[in-house]
Design a protein around this ligand. Structure first.
Ligand code: T1G
Ligand code: NAD
Length: 657
């Protein structure tokens, strides 16, 4: 297979990059692209070049698998410099995505056109590095500096329409992308020798308060260094000559590729893509997801319905009665309206999404759905009643899923005609935002149901992680375990605010006690009460949280929980410290002081021990899956890789020591 082809016609050359699945710029592609550039530079018959990507995407960037290894020639900056200094204009024809090195390639070209739905970005900071082939030097020569800072330090792609507005694109193709690129190429050829992007002046950075941006970024990045490094590289580009800025950028990039954070972020990138692969079955297709039923229009049901209608599915939302169903519709409509208000969803798309939602209380409306997801009260009797009604109306091949957080999926499945079609689909709130989807495989869950879980995750842009049936599956079980250890630390002398501060310093957005106050202490309380009959009486049990719940302190929703919210913000509360001190006296433990390192060592150790148990019990299929759950669903800092990654790393370092 030739990775780079040249097609000469009508005085132009069409260079196509063909490196499935995403046209990444691996070594062979770079070599062939340079060869193509060199041969075309000598071809007097060629007036201009159009470069495009085969398949859905233009170019998704450097080959991430190569990062961290010793770079191999030809280095991407050299290939791009050859294109930029070609004797004839090169025009990039962008379909799908132009990301990282892909956008750097496009910016080294002399013109850029894209499909209307294309996305352009420099996401390198998400991999712990910065653009390494001129991104921080060429982008601010094409777009205003503020846009360059936002794109590069945020790492999020922008839409083609926005790229056109800020000057990153010359045109958006109305119909045929190659035809549009050809027209631009011919025009540029008429204008004489092409103008290298690098020779353009940098957009003014007068309006950028570099110090203030850096200070704000330090807080936001929670210990991730790449965004700050990217900002410094842009600052250099704003002040130094292009050649100096280019070499400084390359040196910074190469230093970062071998950093611990970059290694951890690459691990997470590939772990997310490996997750859920076992759900796919070559000979058992998923069910049709064009019509999906959702039972329950509360917090989760409405969130799931929102995710589905935004992904293009028709949704039949069934509630207990018409008024409550209407309330569910209102929740979906409000969430979608909020997205429009935030500018992340176009009005037209919002209208179309809402039109795909129908609500009611008649289960018969579900007859044309091949998948139904229940998100009713976390009560086994209620869920059993829902499943038995579904059993009565749904066609035999339909898949029935529960969004339960803690209940036994096998116990639910046993009450239905065909347990093979039952699985858990554990969404996380807000369901239309959170990427993680735990796909709970019951003892008898069949291949079609599992394949449907994988297909649903792909449809909704979520990361599916397979979990076996146990209390809390993977994420909630690990969280319950380290939450217990945090309460044990309270009995031993720590305070909630100390533990939360240690977790935030480590890189969590919020500490465990603030998280409980946000989601409500009653959820875990209900679970502890349900477990009480089977709890080992000899096992250590912390009672502090129970006492808070018994005192009606359920978190933000009651104005008090672990913290007091009377002022709006979370404030430590002497009443809570009094309960803790009383429990310390009752437990009669020797009190000790805790450093942030002690606290995090205890929390990480507990996460890793619970993860090892999950693997040993066969609940989780891999250590990487556990890290994906903790990073995508529970706020574990992505640039640390995950608890199991760190355990493996420290044990291999121990071996090497
Ligand atoms: N390198 C290697 N493999 C990649 C890849 C890449 N850049 N991007 C995707 N893959 C693999 C992925 O592992 C999966 O493999 C398959 O392609 C499909 O991916 C010099 C240094 C492009 C939006 O960060 O954002 O350029 O699991 O499931 O949902 O300055 O992939 O099938 O074996 O995600 O359709 C910067 C990362 C690199 C883009 C497509 N670029 N990729 O999404 O498919 S650093 C990125 C994505 C860089 C320069 C710097 C997405 C996608 P497998 P997928 P998708
Ligand atoms: P909720 O109380 O907000 O919504 C439950 C909805 O179910 C209510 O609107 C209720 O009217 C409806 N309902 C009850 N019985 C019904 C029936 N027989 N038929 C149709 N509708 C019925 O609860 P929630 O927070 O959305 O949780 C729903 C499920 O999702 C629970 O199993 C919960 O454990 C799980 N879950 C919740 C979260 C979360 O953060 N809230 C996260 C993951 C999973």
């Amino acid at each position: 297979m030739s990775l780079v082809t040249i097609d000469r016609r009508n005085g132009l050359a069409y260079v196509t990059i063909d490196n499935p699945p995403v046209n990444s710029l691996g070594r062979s592609v770079r070599k062939n692209l340079l060869l193509a550039c060199t041969s075309l530079a000598a071809d007097k018959e060629v007036a201009a070049v159009v470069v495009s990507g085969k398949g859905r995407n233009f170019v998704a960037g450097a080959d991430i698998g190569e990062l961290g290894q010793t770079p191999s020639e030809p280095f991407l900056p050299d290939v791009l410099s050859a294109i930029e200094n070609a004797p004839m204009p090169w025009v990039a024809a962008i379909s799908g995505v132009a990301l990282g090195g892909g956008l750097e390639l496009a910016m080294a070209c002399h013109g850029r056109v894209a499909d209307r739905g294309a996305r352009l970005g420099l996401p390198e900071v998400n991999l712990g590095v910065i653009p390494g082939a001129g991104g921080t030097v060429r982008l601010p020569r094409l777009v205003p500096m503020a846009d360059a800072v936002s794109m590069i330090t945020g790492g999020k792609p922008i839409a083609a329409t926005h790229a056109l507005d800020i000057g990153l694109l010359d045109r958006i193709a109305q119909a045929d992308l190659i035809r549009c690129a050809t027209a631009l190429a011919q025009e540029l050829a008429q204008k004489g020798p092409p103008v290298p992007t690098i020779t353009r002046p940098c957009h003014s950075s007068d309006k950028i308060d570099w110090e203030a941006v850096e200070k704000q970024m330090k807080q936001k990045s929670r210990g991730a260094v790449a965004p700050l490094e990217a900002l410094s590289s842009l600052h250099t580009a704003a002040q130094a000559p292009a050649s100096e800025a280019l070499s400084a950028e390359r040196a910074r990039f190469l230093r970062l590729t071998t950093s611990e954070q970059a290694a951890a972020l690459r691990y997470v990138f590939f772990a997310e893509r490996a997750a859920g692969k076992s759900l796919r079955s070559h000979d058992t297709p998923p069910v049709d997801l064009r019509q999906v039923g959702v039972i329950g229009g509360g917090t989760m049901g409405a969130g799931i319905a929102t995710a589905l209608v935004l992904a293009g599915s028709q949704v039949r939302l069934v509630e207990r009665d018409a008024p409550v169903a209407e309330a569910g519709r209102a929740r979906v409509a409000q969430t979608i309206a909020d997205s429009v208000k935030r500018g992340v969803l176009a009005q037209g798309a919002a209208k179309a999404a809402i039109a795909r939602l129908s609500t009611g209380s008649d289960y018969a409306a579900l007859a044309d759905c091949a998948l139904v997801i229940e998100a009713v009260f976390e009560d086994m009797a209620v869920k059993r009643q829902v499943f038995s009604r579904l059993d009565a109306v749904m066609p035999a091949e339909a898949v029935l899923a529960t969004n339960t957080s803690y209940l036994d999926v096998d116990a639910l499945a046993e009450t239905t005609r065909d347990p093979a079609r039952i699985l858990g689909l554990h969404f996380f709130s807000p369901a239309h935002v959170m990427k993680l989807l735990e796909v709970v495989r019951g003892r008898e869950t069949g291949a079609r149901a599992l394949a449907t879980g994988a297909a649903l995750a792909r449809l909704l842009g979520k990361v599916p992680v397979v979990a076996g049936v146990c209390d809390g599956f993977i994420g909630n079980r690990i969280m319950a375990a380290y939450r217990r250890d945090c309460e044990f630390m309270l009995e031993e002398g720590a305070l909630p605010q100390q533990i939360d501060a240690a977790m935030q310093d480590y890189g969590f957005a919020m500490g465990i006690f603030a998280v409980q106050d946000l989601s409500g202490l009653d959820i875990a309380w209900a679970q502890r009460k349900a477990q009480a009959p089977s709890r080992d009486p000899s096992a250590r049990y912390a009672r502090i949280a129970d006492q808070l719940c018994e005192a009606g302190r359920l978190g933000r929703k009651t104005g008090q929980g672990w913290y007091d919210y009377a002022s709006g913000a979370a404030k430590s509360d002497p009443a809570v410290e009094a309960i803790i001190q009383a429990e310390q006296a009752r437990a009669g433990r020797k009190l000790r002081s805790f450093s942030a390192e002690d606290i995090m060592a205890r929390i990480l150790g507990r996460m890793q021990a619970e993860g090892a148990a999950l693997l040993q019990e066969g609940i989780s299929e891999s250590a990487a899956d556990i890290d994906v759950v903790m990073v995508t669903g529970y706020g574990f800092p992505r640039h640390k890789g995950g608890p199991m990654y760190l355990a493996a790393k420290s044990s291999s370092e121990g071996k090497d020591a």
